[in-house]
Design a protein around this ligand. Structure first.
Ligand code: ADP
Ligand code: ADP
Length: 226
């Protein structure tokens, strides 16, 4: 069973924009997978559909064997999503944001607090735990999003442009953190418009352009072709 299977996925927005024109994608368990493409290619739309934030027009999506239409709640239990926009309450405190998220998954409060501590420490945010989210830098907010997405210990972590606007040093340490999560056995999918990021991290890559997958290969073969 794969971590993610997408079959003939289409999305046409209300304004008539055909953001996805029938894409197919399979990501195996344990993989570190990049979805690479220019702005407007359809990356966020794909992530949005997989994370149930955007409704698809047609096609099939299954997450760890759970069909997104018929078994959505089960699918959502198994994935963590880091969208591009910061979507936590700016006046909420860092620690509370992570613990509250755990509540959505029915995780008991004591375990939620332990996990919030674990991930906030790993991501270098423990000192900020009592601060309101609005006081954090952009890079810290990004890391807070990652901590929140991990609190239910998902098997599949999906990140939309995780290092956009993050400076080079912090980008390195975020990369190392993601590599560590993958080595623990988590499947990771990230979007990027930046080949070097995909190259540094990922084993497989799909290139999306104008709503279509134009390449789907392992990183080594792609680099030999370029
Ligand atoms: P990417 O993440 O690769 O930059 P998106 O998935 O955000 O691409 O966008 C794909 C296409 O869909 C673009 O043409 C974009 O303008 C359009 N689009 C994205 N979101 C919406 C929306 N909510 N309503 C209408 N069009 C949208
Ligand atoms: P509701 O049941 O009210 O629609 P959801 O369960 O969809 O609420 O989402 C509650 C909050 O958790 C939202 O802020 C949403 O963005 C976020 N969320 C939902 N699913 C995930 C996920 N798999 N990973 C990370 N955040 C998620």
């Amino acid at each position: 069973m794969s971590a993610l299977t997408i079959r003939n996925l289409r999305k046409t927005y209300a304004n008539g924009v055909e953001a996805l024109k029938g894409i197919d994608l399979t990501v195996e368990k344990g993989d570190f997978f990049a979805l690479l493409g220019p702005n407007g290619a359809g990356k966020s739309t794909t992530i949005g559909i997989v994370s149930s934030l955007v409704n698809k027009t047609s096609g099939d999506v299954s997450i760890l064997g759970y069909d997104l239409d018929r078994e959505r709640a089960l699918a959502k239990q198994r994935i963590g999503v880091v969208p591009q926009e910061f979507n936590f309450g700016q006046f909420e405190k860092v620690f509370d944001i992570v613990v509250t998220q755990a509540g959505f998954y029915g995780i008991p409060a004591r375990i939620a607090r332990e996990r919030a501590e674990k991930y906030l420490r790993q991501l270098g945010l423990w000192d900020k735990r009592k601060n309101q989210a609005r006081t954090l830098s952009g890079g810290m907010k990004r890391r807070l999003m990652i901590a929140r997405a991990l609190v239910h210990e998902p098997d599949l972590l999906i990140l939309d442009e995780p290092t956009a606007g993050v400076d080079i040093e912090l980008r390195r340490s975020m990369w190392d953190f993601l590599i560590g999560l993958n080595e623990e056995g988590r499947t990771i999918i990230l979007t990027t418009h930046y080949l070097e990021e995909a190259e540094s991290l990922c084993r497989h890559i799909a290139i999306i352009d104008h709503g279509q997958i134009v390449e789907n290969t392992d990183m080594k073969s792609l680099l030999e072709k370029l």
